[in-house]
Design a protein around this ligand. Structure first.
Ligand SMILES: NC(=O)c1ccc[n+]([C@@H]2O[C@H](COP(=O)([O-])OP(=O)(O)OC[C@H]3O[C@@H](n4cnc5c(N)ncnc54)[C@H](OP(=O)(O)O)[C@@H]3O)[C@@H](O)[C@H]2O)c1
Length: 224
């Protein structure tokens, strides 16, 4: 992959997978902006890793539950780099609530999950669309989860947001073609990540079992 001269924006670049994605994009030649919410030091470490590759980088604080902040972030990233070619919708929030514990999954948890994991990626795609369209070959990559393909994962709300994100990917791919290609990745449990560590044992074990089933569906799913 050759991305010299391109600019990417990776949400949740202070997290484990977002940081790895930012580094990989920088190795491929892209300048990379990232967002974070509270983990400023982790965000700074990702920025350092990108600049160590000889690329430009920027960390922006963004709570993507706030629509106005999303619009401001898109404008700030574009102003800083002069172009944006790739949006990676990676940021997400989860909490471990067993599917059987319906009482614990209340309206506040549900709404926070959907605002962060589904509405946020849509509003980010919307805010970045004019910039991604400009050069005729924009890219959006949404990071979903195997939990969006099977009824499993950290909670019913998390699984439902990821199922929604997979379908949103299809809808955006139709709506944004041909200037912007929209794709989705649905990883299984990634051991050693903060997100995986937040899961209660029982939930993690079920997510591990689910991960084994993923390769069979990967071929049939979410590409544009
Ligand atoms: N880890 C896994 O096993 C696994 C498996 C399948 C799919 N995934 C998906 O992969 C992606 C990355 O996961 P990860 O393991 O890297 O998680 P992580 O380490 O917990 O990172 C999550 C990122 O999202 C950010 N974030 C949380 N709430 C936010 C909000 N309201 N607004 C904006 N950003 C917010 C966090 O910011 P701060 O750190 O600054 O708070 C952090 O940068 C997620 O979409 C996740 O669902 C992960």
């Amino acid at each position: 992959m050759e991305l010299t001269g391109k600019t990417a924006f990776v949400t949740g670049g202070s997290g484990d997978i977002g940081s790895a994605i930012a580094r990989a994009l920088a190795v491929a030649g892209a300048n990379v902006a990232i967002s974070f919410v509270g983990q400023q030091q982790s965000a700074a470490a990702t920025v350092d890793a990108v600049t160590d590759c000889g690329r430009q980088s920027l960390a922006v604080q963004l709570d993507q539950r706030d629509p106005a902040s999303i619009d401001a972030t898109a404008a700030a990233v574009h102003m800083h780099f002069g172009r944006v070619d790739i949006l990676v919708n990676n940021a997400a929030w989860n909490i471990g609530i067993a599917f059987s514990d319906i009482e614990a999954l209340d309206a506040d948890v549900w709404d926070r999950m959907f605002e962060t994991n589904l509405r946020g990626p849509y509003l980010l795609a919307r805010a970045f669309a004019p910039h991604l369209r400009k050069h005729g070959c924009g890219r959006i990559v949404n990071i979903a989860s195997a939990a969006g393909l099977f009824p499993g994962g950290s909670s019913m709300a998390y699984a439902s947001t990821k199922a929604g994100l997979i379908h949103l990917t299809r809808c955006l791919a139709v709506g944004m073609a041909p200037e912007i290609a929209v794709n989705c990745i649905a990883p299984g449990l990634v051991e050693g990540t903060r997100m995986a560590q937040r899961l209660p044992d029982k939930v993690a074990q079920s997510a591990r079992r689910q991960s084994w089933a993923v390769p069979q569906v990967r071929r049939t799913s979410v590409s544009r």
